[in-house]
Structures are given as structure tokens and as C-alpha cells.
Design a protein around this ligand. Structure first.
Ligand SMILES: CC(C)(COP(=O)(O)OP(=O)(O)OC[C@H]1O[C@@H](n2cnc3c(N)ncnc32)[C@H](O)[C@@H]1OP(=O)(O)O)[C@@H](O)C(=O)NCCC(=O)NCCS
Length: 199
């Protein structure tokens, strides 16, 4: 199959949700873990396409359907503030906070939606951030590298000085990929690792 990288378009929104869910369990399919299949995408994918299209790119298959993406923001604090104004209010009304004893994946994501985008302290030095996910059909063929190069070039055009990203400590494939791409480890524990790159 042939693939191409192009800017996000509004008609890709549904695919952002699908890709996010199907790669959402440390890189594997998270579909079985969620009652509501959109919860991961509400937080980790859709707001980038909708609010930050200038830093949202998709990998499109031969039918021009998105099967991968790289999404991010030039300025994480600005993105968080925009999400507070333009993205989360409607979702918070739609998804009331679950009871404290509910530890299901759905409940955890609803709490994240209520908490908003967490601007980590590393964003002071590395203001931009990103998420990259590719469906298995297009993995390990160099498209992750090309998506990353496309995104980093856009960040440079926009004048971002540095970028950070978080990855689950269990996602060894992604960790190997980020290190190969030249990201350095800023900090980490048994749950998650924060990577950074100066631009
Ligand atoms: C992680 C991911 C984005 C990598 O994209 P990809 O298209 O599979 O990677 P590429 O084929 O472009 O590989 C780029 C480079 O990284 C290296 N690399 C990728 N995965 C690797 C692995 N598991 N181990 C060692 N090296 C790896 C490749 O060898 C390649 O090196 P080269 O360009 O110098 O030859 C992709 O596999 C993916 O979306 N996985 C599922 C979702 C996910 O985990 N996302 C990250 C969440 S934090």
C-alpha cells in the first residue's frame, strides 16, 4: 500500500479517534478496555486537529484515509488555555465526574478531561509537545521518521525552541523510536518517561 503525509483536514476527525484508541494501550489496541471508545481521543487526539491544525499532520493510505498522525502544539501552555476555553467545557457537561471508587479506564479519562491539559514544568524549557500514533498497517516502514521530520520542521518554522513528549515506560517500541529520532531523556520513573529535543 502507498502512503502520503498531508496536513490534517476536518474530515480526518473520526480517524483521529480510531487511531488513538487502536494504539492507546502502550502502542497496542485499547478498544477492549473502554466502554466509551471516544474517551482517549477526546483528550489525546481530537483537540489538536480541531484547535491546532497548523501542527497536525496525518499519514494517509491509498484511499486518502488517515492511518496515522502526528499531533502537537507549538506552545503547550497556550494549547492548555485554548482547550479550557474551547474544548473541555462541552465534554465536562457531557461526562460528569465519576464516583471516587470508580477506577475504570473510562473513569480515569473522564477525570483527565475534568483536570484539563497538564502543563508539565518541562514546558518552560521545552514549550512544544507532540503525540504520534500509526496503525500497524503502516508501522516500521519509515513513516514514523517522516512524520516526525515533517512535524519538527513545522515547529522550527513556527519558531519553537524545543519540544517534549511523554511515553509510558512499558512502551518499549516507542522508547526505542524516540531515542533513535534523537530525543533525550529528561526524567523518568517506573510509569512514564519524559523526552525532550532542542530545535
Ligand atoms: C512508535 C511509532 C510511532 C514508530 O513509527 P514507525 O513508523 O513504526 O517507525 P519507523 O519505521 O519510522 O522507524 C524510525 C526509526 O526508529 C527505529 N525504530 C522504530 N521502532 C523501533 C524499535 N521497536 N526498536 C528499535 N528501533 C526502532 C527504526 O529502526 C528506524 O531507524 P532508522 O530510521 O534509523 O532506520 C509507531 O510504531 C507507532 O505508532 N506505534 C504505536 C503507537 C505508539 O506507541 N505511539 C507512541 C505513543 S507515546
Amino acid at each position: 500500500m502507498s502512503f502520503t503525509i498531508r496536513p490534517y483536514q476536518p474530515r480526518d476527525l473520526r480517524a483521529l479517534y480510531t487511531i488513538c484508541l487502536q494504539t492507546g494501550d502502550s502502542g497496542a489496541d485499547a478498544t477492549a478496555h473502554f466502554r466509551d471508545p471516544d474517551l482517549l481521543g477526546h483528550y489525546f487526539a481530537a483537540p489538536y486537529g480541531v484547535l491546532m491544525p497548523e501542527t497536525s499532520f496525518v499519514l494517509a493510505d491509498g484511499h486518502d484515509e488517515a492511518c496515522g498522525y502526528i499531533l502537537g502544539a507549538r506552545d503547550t501552555a497556550e494549547f492548555a488555555a485554548r482547550c479550557e476555553r474551547e474544548w473541555f467545557p462541552e465534554l465536562r457537561a457531557r461526562y460528569p465526574l465519576p464516583p471516587p471508587d470508580d477506577h475504570s479506564p473510562d473513569a480515569r479519562m473522564i477525570r483527565a478531561i475534568h483536570a484539563g491539559i497538564v502543563v508539565d514544568e518541562v514546558a518552560r524549557e521545552y514549550p512544544a509537545h507532540l503525540h504520534i500514533d500509526i496503525l500497524p498497517v503502516a508501522q516500521k516502514q519509515g513513516w514514523g521518521r517522516r512524520l516526525m521530520e515533517t512535524f519538527l520542521n513545522r515547529l522550527r518554522e513556527l519558531g519553537a525552541p524545543a519540544v517534549h513528549l511523554g511515553v509510558g515506560a512499558r512502551n518499549l517500541n516507542a522508547i526505542a523510536f524516540y531515542e533513535r529520532m534523537g530525543f533525550h531523556r529528561i526524567r523518568g520513573d517506573e510509569h512514564a518517561i519524559m523526552y525532550g529535543m532542542r530545535l
